[in-house]
Design a protein. Structure first.
Length: 277
């Protein structure tokens, strides 16, 4: 299934999220690896590639102009649900400065008079713990975000930074099985503090964090060095590096066909207080 970013060459050509690419030019992708398909799709900037996709059991063909793609880590837009303005925020990773990028997007939707917020962390595999703290601190003014335990080290506790810009507006966090690591830290902290409702499916269930050791041959090793715990003391993994149960959503919703987004809109809109007479 394709994940089509707004403004990308695929989106401009007419592809939508969920389209299944079956052919690149005349070449079928049946029984081929994802990397094989990507290598066929990639090419010189400005050239065209023809993609055949399956959408609702019907084949469609699109001519896509190749371009250099820079995918922003944070994007936003304003949705409307029964006259309630909802700021939709999507974060795709926790790389350096991603918290600041999401803060700017949050400020944008707040300036556009959003009455509620949806933070979409579906498919977000995590990243830097420091950015998990920064992201959570956008929505949580005070309190513990996580604690970490390493062998032969005292427990470290990470608190909110105290500079929240959206600490009281209704909030839903949207998750799926691809929500992991730092994305789970954010979700669990907001859930444990009753700051947000969590909508979607169980998350991945990662309870450890790593350091990266660079090798002389250009490779790298990710070494698990400790476990992290939610404000309520939960470890989301299965013990050590094993995958665990993850976070149980407050409201279960399948992610296919964006049913979960519709549920998130309905859930957060219901928390908006009507204006005083």
């Amino acid at each position: 299934m394709t994940n089509v970013s707004e403004g990308s060459p695929a989106a401009k050509a007419g592809l939508i999220p969920g389209d299944l690419i079956t052919k690149v030019g005349p070449v079928s992708l049946a029984d081929q690896t994802d990397d094989h398909g990507l290598n066929l799709i990639r090419g010189e900037e400005g050239t065209r590639v023809t993609l055949t996709v399956l959408r609702d059991a019907v084949e469609h063909t699109f001519s896509v102009v190749r371009a250099k793609i820079v995918t922003p880590v944070a994007v936003s837009r304003v949705l409307s649900y029964h006259d309630v303005r909802i700021g939709y925020l999507r974060l795709t990773g926790f790389s350096e400065a991603s918290g600041e990028e999401l803060r700017k997007e949050t400020q944008t939707v707040l300036r556009r008079r959003s009455q509620a917020l949806i933070l979409d962390l579906r498919g977000n595999g995590g990243g830097l713990i420091s950015e998990a703290i920064n992201v959570t601190s956008i929505f949580l003014q005070h309190g513990t975000i996580m604690s970490a335990v390493e062998r032969n080290q005292p427990r470290r506790v990470y608190d909110a930074n105290g500079d929240a810009i959206a600490a009281h507006i209704p909030l839903v966090v949207l998750v799926d099985h691809g929500t992991a690591s730092s994305a789970e830290i954010v979700t669990a902290a907001l859930q444990d503090h009753n700051r947000a409702e969590v909508v979607g499916t169980h998350t991945y269930g990662k309870g450890v964090f790593q350091i990266t050791e660079r090798l002389v041959n250009g490779g790298a090793l990710d070494l698990s060095i400790g476990q992290f715990f939610t404000p309520d003391g939960r470890n989301l993994g299965g013990g050590g590096a094993r995958q665990g149960a993850g976070i149980t959503p407050n409201i279960y919703a399948l992610t296919e066909d964006d049913d979960a987004l519709a549920v998130a809109e309905r859930t957060v809109a219901a928390e908006v207080k009507p204006p005083s007479p």
